[in-house]
Ligand binder design. Structure first.
Ligand code: MN
Length: 243
């Protein structure tokens, strides 16, 4: 019996470690330092990474108020939600009570994905950006999509067509070593296991509604002007090309 319990504990602990390990990896990359702190009992607790540019730096594509609320309230809420979930999972392990595991597993996926995607979103957009990608990621886009223009048509179409709240995602698929364009519903649905997102377009209404209202297409078209491809290339080289 005791053996069963400890094995189950280890299995769940490993699952949480896998999901959180990605973020630990992000923290380790100096240029993309997502601030974190050690919580009680050595748990990895997340902190909201500061914006690396002023809130009005994305205007006119995204207005200052939207950036302030999106980063300071929505992104912050996912960080809080993820930390609360991590603590609840630890309490469940300590108490041997996994009666809430279904909801906790769902929260780990939702808030964990929300933290990762918002971190990539705010890190890979910025002022003085836009245009076409160079570097390794530019080469890979040409290889896997034929050209940047074809890639962007697919990415924009995918982002515009997300049902309800979600994301357009450019991700590295490590098994085939190719870039893929995906959609995410909410934050965690429609992914393919193992992919690493490197550029994302948030199409939840909170990302654009103050300025664009129902005109999501216009927001996505303008989003191209604020993608910082140097940051995307940095992310691609650090997390996708290593090894
Ligand atoms: Mn968002």
């Amino acid at each position: 019996m005791g053996g069963d319990l400890s094995r189950r504990d280890m299995m769940i602990g490993a699952g949480a470690a896998t999901a959180v390990g990605l973020i630990g990896g992000l923290r380790g990359a100096d240029a993309f330092a997502a601030a974190a702190q050690e919580g009680a009992r050595g748990l990895y607790m997340h902190k909201l990474p500061p914006l690396s540019y002023p809130a009005d730096a994305l205007e006119p594509v995204i207005d200052k108020k939207t950036v302030e609320i999106h980063h300071g309230k929505h992104f912050a809420a996912y960080v809080t939600g993820l930390n609360a979930t991590i603590e609840k999972l630890q309490k469940a392990r300590e108490g041997g009570d996994f009666s809430a595991i279904k909801a906790l597993s769902r929260d780990l996926a939702f808030h964990g994905s929300g933290v990762v995607l918002h971190w990539i979103y705010f890190e890979t957009i910025g002022p003085g950006a836009g245009g076409a990608p160079g570097g390794k990621v530019g080469e890979q886009i040409n290889k896997d999509f034929g050209s940047f223009e074809i890639f962007w048509k697919q990415f924009a179409a995918a982002s515009k067509a997300v049902e309800a709240s979600g994301w357009g995602v450019l991700a590295w698929e490590p098994f085939s070593k190719t870039l893929v364009v995906m959609q995410a519903e909410k934050h965690q649905n429609l992914t393919s296991w193992g992919v690493m997102p490197i550029m994302v377009c948030d199409v939840w209404e909170h990302a654009y509604y103050l300025k664009y209202q129902n005109r999501r297409d216009e927001y996505v078209d303008n989003f191209l002007k604020i993608i910082n491809w140097k940051k995307v290339d940095e992310l691609f080289r650090k997390f996708c090309l290593k090894g």
